[in-house]
Design a protein around this ligand. Structure first.
Ligand code: AMP
Length: 469
């Protein structure tokens, strides 16, 4: 099924850099945490787009010879993770399509909530889709228009699209960045001074600022919600063609998804996570000997919890960094096995101790349960699980991969049940008020649907086909 997908992704784009493909490779390398299943780069050279895509990690997909085959001074790239069943190269981005105005490549982070309806409509008029990605709807909508201007085709296509989209597009002349009117996903603009070797700067666009440091780009500003930035030989132009909407970026980017060294939505992710940990202590204090993070996702929050409580912080579990994120493996068997190969407790730190274990979230409960078992085997005398977000009760429609409601433990069980299931002595989740205190610096009113079930944009139901009269 098509509209079930929730793709966690990272996007990147560069304009006017003599090593555009290499720069994009480095950018994607820093955005790898946003998707480990496939990656791709498209470059533009002398009116022609060239692309290289593959399954797996950025470093495994691109070799020197592949990058050498991507000439030109502008390029875009994408990293992606998808839910089970749709792990296929045909869904790897950027998509390249050719239509009456020439070639265009698109890379998308987010999810379109009315994708199924648009797809049914387009197919009824003869569009043939190459993939099962909602992103493809955008290019088909652009192709069906007969407007002579690319930007007008794009904006009128996007006016029909509802949902989350941080996009980068590349034509043979332009790099375009777009953020949906609600600004669900981050998208930032940067510049590399004088890097074009033509007396001009290079421009870069990325999901997160962590992609800028590695390429010596300076952060200029966020791409604003509802903004379309067009970068071409005439410089940078910004338009806001869409009806204004409430700015509701995704709070889970702060809690889990973004990299701690990034600045998104006007605040540094690490600082916010430490504050989430401090708030968590205020909500759920406990007497204990040591605070342990579930590395890496729980580390800054555990530091915040330790600092606020005065309980010593220890890296009581060591993470094997050569294993991909457990959750990211699409098959259940691998995921279950994953926790053990990824984390190992340090017996000397935990034996005989009352430990507070801090993680950012509980989804199905598998990770917490396995970690607690490991820590008990290592001799912990008490285990107090603390989660730096509220219970995850509703799936995300806007680009975070959460399973269906049936699989979300907190959607179907109360705190006591979850505590029993994961076998902690006590369990405490951060309150939504605590989350809002921690993210206040950002100044946004966030989308928190995964914790509250309050969806900013509803998912329209496709009309039922009346098969028998
Ligand atoms: P679970 O074992 O299903 O309860 O998953 C919880 C673990 O998955 C926690 O350690 C989280 O850091 C991590 N996690 C939460 N949300 C996501 C996500 N969308 N993608 C990958 N990992 C996640």
């Amino acid at each position: 099924m098509f509209d079930k997908f929730n793709d966690e992704c990272g996007v990147f784009g560069v304009y006017n850099h003599p090593e555009a493909a290499n720069i994009t490779y480095l950018g994607l390398y820093s955005l790898q945490h946003r998707g480990q299943e496939s990656a791709g780069i498209v470059s533009s050279n002398e009116g022609k787009l060239r692309s290289h895509k593959g399954m797996g990690l950025v470093a495994d997909i691109f070799h020197k010879k592949d990058l050498a085959r991507l000439p030109g001074k502008s390029a875009i790239g994408h990293v992606r993770y998808s839910t089970a069943g749709e792990s296929h190269i045909k869904n790897a981005q950027p998509f390249v399509v050719e239509y009456s105005l020439g070639e265009i490549a698109i890379a998308h982070n987010g999810n379109i909530v009315n994708a199924q309806i648009l797809r049914d409509e387009l197919e009824a008029y003869g569009s043939i889709f190459q993939s099962s990605m909602d992103t493809e709807v955008i290019v088909h909508l652009m192709a069906t228009s007969n407007d002579s201007k690319l930007i007008r085709r794009l904006t009128s296509a996007l006016m029909r699209v509802k949902g989350a989209y941080s996009l980068v597009l590349l034509s043979n002349k332009k790099l375009i960045a777009v953020r949906d009117p609600n600004g669900f996903r981050p998208l930032v603009l940067g510049r590399i001074k004088d890097a074009g070797r033509d007396g001009k700067d290079s421009w870069v666009v990325a999901s997160e600022t962590c992609a800028f440091e590695i390429i010596d780009a300076e952060y200029v500003r966020d791409v604003e919600p509802g903004e379309v930035i067009i970068i071409d030989e005439y410089g940078l132009k910004s338009i806001k063609p869409f009806a204004e909407a409430k700015y509701t970026p995704c709070v889970f980017e702060f809690i889990y998804f973004a990299r701690p060294d990034s600045r998104i939505f006007n605040a540094n992710v690490y600082t916010v996570r430490k504050r989430l940990g401090a708030e968590l202590y205020r909500d759920h204090p406990v007497e204990a000997d040591v605070v342990l993070p579930v590395p890496d996702s729980g580390t800054p929050a555990a530091m915040g919890y330790a600092e606020a409580s005065g309980i010593p912080f220890e890296m009581g579990m060591v993470r094997n960094h050569y294993v991909g994120r457990t959750f990211i493996e699409p098959q259940a068997e691998i995921r279950h096995f994953g926790v053990k190969i990824k984390l190992n407790p340090i017996r000397d730190i935990v034996a005989g101790k009352r430990v507070v274990v801090v993680d950012d979230s509980i989804v199905r409960g598998t990770t917490s349960q396995k970690i607690i078992k490991m820590l008990r085997n290592a001799g912990a005398s008490e285990i107090h699980m603390r989660i730096s977000s509220p219970p995850t009760i509703s799936p995300c429609y806007y680009g975070i991969d959460t399973p269906n409601k049936e699989e979300l433990i907190a959607a179907n069980h109360d705190l006591a049940d979850i505590n029993d299931y994961i076998t902690s002595d006590t369990l405490g989740y951060l309150s939504i008020e605590g989350v809002y205190r921690a993210v206040a610096e950002s100044g946004a009113s966030f989308c928190d649907a995964c914790f509250t079930g309050n969806y900013v944009l509803a998912r329209p139901k496709p009309p039922q086909l009346a098969l028998f009269g």
